[in-house]
Design a protein around this ligand. Structure first.
Ligand code: SF4
Length: 210
């Protein structure tokens, strides 16, 4: 990363960490994704739930968790609806749950946009510890910008990745479609830490995921 961009990222991450902490989220800053992944893999617990996360993929997180002796609880392609439901409920009760928000706002809020909502449910309540990892590319000024990022960048990129036949794949922007294969159905917005949940945010000064 360019040195000027790295310095700017440091400042933005410090700003976000301060507001996230004030909102009840324990927050750590890492200069590299590999450091964040090593920290995450060393957290205590034997089961680790997660949804489909490009940030986790970029970090090789599943492999690192398994290497640390943890059972990774996540759905895979080809599972039946019943199998998915069983995996999602098991992930909901795991020792650890890893996810990446589509946006982290500079005033300390976390935004998730999902097709099914299993991740949204898990990041509110259920797992013993919820660990949210976000690269510098996820930082947004406020809720409005964060929601725009979730729809116009993250959702469009995920539609392309998943080879969906939705209008944004062709236009490169969200048109709030009514397509049967729409993947933008449930917004989870954490203003502050839900009271019974242990949530830790790992901010990384690298671009990770969408
Ligand atoms: S709402 Fe529809 S057009 Fe917008 S990003 Fe989601 S799938 Fe694409």
């Amino acid at each position: 990363m360019d040195e000027n961009m790295r310095k700017m990222g440091e400042g933005r991450l410090k700003n976000a960490a301060a507001t996230l902490t004030a909102n009840g989220f324990k927050t750590l800053i890492f200069s590299a994704g590999a450091e964040a992944a090593a920290y995450a893999a060393a957290l205590p617990g034997t089961t680790a739930g997660m949804g489909g996360s490009m940030t986790a993929r970029d970090l090789g997180l599943q492999e690192k968790l398994r290497a640390a002796g943890k059972e990774v609880v996540t759905h895979v392609a080809g599972m039946s609806p019943e199998e998915r439901r069983a995996v999602w409920l098991k992930a909901q009760a795991a020792d650890l749950y890893f996810a990446s928000p589509q946006a982290v706002t500079l005033d300390g809020k976390l935004i998730f946009l999902d097709a099914y909502g299993n991740r949204g449910a898990a990041v509110i309540y259920g797992p013993k510890k919820i660990v949210l990892i976000a690269g510098i590319n996820k930082l947004s000024r406020d809720e409005a910008e964060g929601l725009r990022r979730a729809r116009d960048i993250a959702a469009v990129a995920n539609n392309i990745r998943l080879k969906k036949d939705n209008p944004c794949v062709k236009t490169g922007r969200c048109s709030d479609c009514s397509s049967p294969s729409r993947i933008c159905n449930a917004v989870t917005l954490l203003w502050k830490r839900p009271l019974a949940s242990d949530i830790e945010v790992l901010l990384v000064n690298e671009n990770l995921g969408y």
